[in-house]
Design a protein around this ligand. Structure first.
Ligand code: ATP
Ligand code: MG
Length: 427
């Protein structure tokens, strides 16, 4: 199939080509019809004049109709994109009824019509970048000796705390949708040593923020014999790799989104900052917040902390109370854990949650009890410390959040084909 991007070059002048697409816009004059034809790769102006054989049919075309067009190409400075296709013949696949989307609709209306809005050049550009992000995450792990492996989506217990669990009726028993592959990863890492997965995670997020979905794509990795510093190195390499690939492959899409790429270039070229929790609190307070030591950091706080940054920052070693039971207490200061959250600059905040895991049985049981959880529910997980425990660390990257930040979008929903939030289940 011939695509629009392939015909927009001077050596095609005068050639006859056959392309397919949708009418992005239609302009009808007294003596001619102009159709801006759109395919996944670009736009080209197609024109038909009165008196020519395809004119009558072309004149019936409405916005968002789909068609095949055969015609000759000529360079024309007046045409958007610099080229024009003079229509020789046209075949309509589907004549569109009056299209319900125009400029200036509000966000709710657009998401109610996501199935149609999806075709817009802007949304298409975001989805192409999303495709590169997923592809490059897989290539990074494959090039670095990781095995891809899967964990179940139906689970019997919580990883990230009970308040965001989705209940499922499982043949009369209570089951949940997975929040993370974490506990299963720790079993699988004992045999495979370097593993990753890219899969949906589910969280019943009731706090509605610009960065929370109820179903999101989670790229998770677990590495045997890695400590908190080693895992940060891997996270940094991964993010640099993904951003570099997007800069190489999606120049056009970044231009369409008017994304200033300077910061993305910094991400590739400059080392990420590494700051301990207390330094992050200081930074927040220097930027006008009034956080006490021990405060948790959410979307609003991280927005302030990262808004002036030009590279991502690792926020490390949180107070133990702020993190789930599986995080390893720092042996030199057991009131803090060996963890790191990677915060994206420009106000975006957390895109990765990571850390070293508890690797001894006694500490693990104590931490489970301290969190008010039932040790019985975690017996198989505790087994992993009974029979040959090893030091290990891992991370979870929110892929939709990464896409949101790379594209500099105002809300995570824009980064997802059909977003799921507390208020949206359709379309
Ligand atoms: P937050 O503090 O923003 O709620 P979290 O600390 O609960 O995030 P983790 O449990 O560390 O998140 O999950 C790992 C990563 O998964 C996060 O860094 C984030 O990128 C992503 N993530 C977590 N929850 C969501 C969500 N509801 N929607 C989209 N992405 C999410
Ligand atoms: Mg986190």
């Amino acid at each position: 199939m011939v695509l629009i991007k392939d015909i927009l070059s001077p050596e095609n002048e005068g050639k006859t080509v056959s392309i397919k697409g949708f009418a992005n816009s239609v302009r009808k004059g007294k003596n001619n019809v102009f159709i801006m034809l759109r395919d996944p790769t670009g736009l080209i102006q197609c024109v038909s004049h009165t008196g020519e054989s395809p004119f009558e049919l072309t004149d019936t075309i409405t916005r968002e109709s789909s068609m095949g067009v055969e015609g000759t190409i000529k360079q024309d400075q007046r045409a958007e994109g610099g080229y024009e296709l003079h229509i020789g013949s046209i075949k309509i696949f589907g004549l569109a009824e009056p299209f319900p989307l125009k400029k200036g609709h509000n966000k709710v209306y657009l998401f109610d019509n996501r199935h149609l809005w999806f075709r817009s050049v802007r949304v298409t550009s975001i989805m192409k970048i999303r495709s590169t992000v997923f592809e490059s995450i897989h290539s990074f792990f494959k090039e670095n000796g990781f095995y891809e492996i899967q964990s179940p989506s139906f689970v019997g217990g919580s990883v990230e705390g009970g308040s965001t669990l989705f209940n499922v009726d499982y043949f009369g028993k209570k089951a949940y949708l997975t929040q993370s592959w974490q506990l299963y990863a720790e079993a699988m890492v004992d045999s495979l040593w370097k593993i990753y997965t890219v899969a949906p995670s589910f969280r019943a997020e009731k706090s509605r923020t610009w960065r929370h979905l109820t179903e999101f794509w989670h790229a998770e990795a677990e590495v045997a014999f890695a400590d908190n510093n080693d895992i940060m190195d891997i996270e940094e390499k991964l993010i640099k790799y993904v951003v570099k690939t997007v800069l190489e492959k999606n120049q056009r899409e970044l231009e369409i989104l008017k994304r200033d790429v300077k910061i993305l270039e910094n991400v590739v070229n400059k080392p990420f900052l590494r700051m301990r929790y207390e330094e992050i609190i200081d930074l927040a307070n220097k930027n006008g917040l009034k956080l006490e030591y021990g405060a948790d950091l959410g979307a609003d706080e991280e927005r302030v902390i990262t808004s002036k940054l030009e590279t991502p920052v690792f926020s490390m070693n949180y107070p133990i109370k702020l993190k789930p039971f599986y995080h390893k207490p720092d042996p030199s200061d057991p009131s803090h854990v060996l963890c790191n959250d990677l915060l994206a600059p420009e106000g975006y905040g957390e895109i990765v949650g990571a850390g070293q895991r508890v690797d001894d049985k006694e500490t693990l049981i104590k931490r489970i009890e301290e969190e008010g959880l039932d040790v019985k529910d975690y017996e198989w997980y505790i087994d992993l410390r009974r029979y040959g425990a090893i030091p290990h660390s891992g991370f979870g990257l929110g892929v939709d959040r990464l896409v949101m930040w790379i594209c500099k979008l105002p809300h995570i929903a824009y980064a997802v084909p059909f977003p799921r939030t507390m208020r949206r289940l359709k379309p």
